[in-house]
Design a binder for this molecule. Structure first.
Ligand code: ADP
Ligand code: MG
Length: 411
């Protein structure tokens, strides 16, 4: 990876943050998580467990009611994993990782409409098939339906047309190519220009919102040069659009850019955190994108961590219910670490169905206290109390942060 190496958190630095000893439930090396309530300390590192064959997929899902400690767990994991040389990349839709970033001496990348920074999800560093995968996903999400075969073809040709000539493809160029296809492109798919414009029109109008509408100025141009992905920790703050109905689409654009650009450096094991991942999972088009990216994680040396409230985020009802269910099951089949915090009684059945919990585990779910979770790692189960060091408490506190400005510390 190019770019300057950022400050690395030292062991001494970390000891101040968590004065505990590692070694426990799963054995071997790993970041200390807390106390295994059936004895000993509990440590975890997906890459170690993967190498030792305990799990066959590094991804993790963290689910639980609001305020139970999901983000706190993920934040301390990000911090504690630094000692093992892991790179951490965080998608932060609530703007709550700023203190952690500042403790790790890293700047938060703040994205907002008409802001200073832009990411190009069609960046030249991203493989063409990943660019197309993203275009399909965000178009389907914006249209709230699956794409027709002609729409997929139109997008493919438009991306090709946008990549010709000067500079890299961008979303405005793709929109332009959808609305004004070249004769050459139309001939290549044996369609006349008018027919082709018809195929791509609806997609073009939906994508225009990212290019000329209220969301302009985030993903519609070349990536800002000041963005450095060389640091040990990268935090992308999307809190400026947290209330947008397009949050899921925007998170997907940002995640696709990060994953696509990071894929060029395969040597560094990377933890990729999607906090508030329900925003992506609640829309079928982009949930499929996430499922595919979970599948790619092994090949890319990536651990995806998706944080959500409940497992029914994964299985919406309605006409798309069965497709959504398939995506949910596919995603979970590529996720061998499932961390479940307290769930309301109404959610227990869905959780048990998707995770295959025992009756004893099911009965436990509504009773779990803040900070305590059921960890399903591969075939094994643990009940773990996540322990916090004094320094860490200040870094993960979302209760008192409510009164601080949302974007504190954002560049
Ligand atoms: N393991 C823990 N022990 C003690 N307090 C915790 C623990 N985890 C979280 N908390 C407290 O609970 C609050 C909410 O936690 P948070 O992780 O933000 O919840 P969630 O992400 O599940 O909504 C935090 O401000 C933190 O102070
Ligand atoms: Mg949270």
């Amino acid at each position: 990876m190019r770019g300057q190496r950022a400050h690395r958190v030292t062991t001494a630095h970390l000891q101040a943050a968590y004065p505990f000893v590692a070694e426990g439930g799963l054995g071997g090396r790993g970041a200390f998580i807390g106390k295994d309530l059936f004895g000993g300390s509990f440590t975890y590192d997906a890459f170690e467990l993967y190498e030792h064959g305990v799990i066959t997929s590094p991804n993790m899902v963290v689910a639980g009611q609001l305020g139970r400690g999901k983000s706190a767990l993920v934040k301390t994991l990000c911090l504690r994993e630094q000692v093992f040389g892991r790179r951490v990349v965080v998608m932060d839709p609530k703007g709550e990782y700023a203190q952690l970033a500042s403790f790790c001496d890293t700047k938060v990348i703040g994205l907002r409409p008409r802001g200073r920074l832009r990411l190009n999800p069609l960046d030249d560093r991203i493989a063409r098939e990943d660019q197309l995968r993203l275009l399909h996903a965000i178009s389907a999400a914006a249209l709230e339906r699956s794409l027709r075969p002609q729409e997929k073809t139109a997008l493919e040709r438009a991306l090709e047309q946008a990549g010709q000539g000067r500079g890299e493809p961008t979303l405005p160029k793709v929109v332009d190519a959808l609305l004004n296809p070249s004769d050459e492109a139309a001939t290549a798919i044996s369609a006349d220009r008018r027919a082709w414009v018809g195929w791509g029109r609806e997609v073009a109008f939906e994508l225009r919102r990212l290019v000329t509408g209220d969301l302009k100025g985030m993903f519609d141009g070349k990536t800002s040069r000041s963005i450095d992905l060389g640091a040990d920790m990268v935090v992308l703050d999307l809190s400026a659009v947290y209330d947008s109905d397009a949050l899921g689409i925007l998170m997907t654009c940002a995640a696709a850019w990060l994953q696509g650009v990071l894929a060029e450096s395969t040597t560094r094991k990377t933890i990729f955190v999607l906090d508030e991942a329900w925003a992506i999972l609640s829309n079928l088009g982009i949930a499929k994108w996430l499922q595919a990216s979970f599948k790619l994680s092994r090949a890319r040396g990536l651990q995806n961590i998706a944080v959500m409230h409940r497992f029914s985020d994964l299985s919406a009802t309605g006409s798309q219910g069965s497709q959504q269910e398939r995506v949910a099951r596919g995603l979970l089949s590529d996720t061998e670490t499932r961390v479940v915090y307290a769930q309301p009684h109404s959610e227990v059945k869905a959780t048990c169905d998707l995770l295959g919990l025992t009756e004893t585990e099911a009965a436990l779910l509504p009773q779990l206290e803040r900070g305590v979770a059921l960890w399903k790692v591969g075939e094994r189960s643990f009940l773990v109390w996540h322990l916090l060091g004094e320094t860490e408490r200040a870094l993960i506190d979302t209760d008192s942060r409510m009164i601080q400005p949302r974007l504190a510390g954002v560049t």
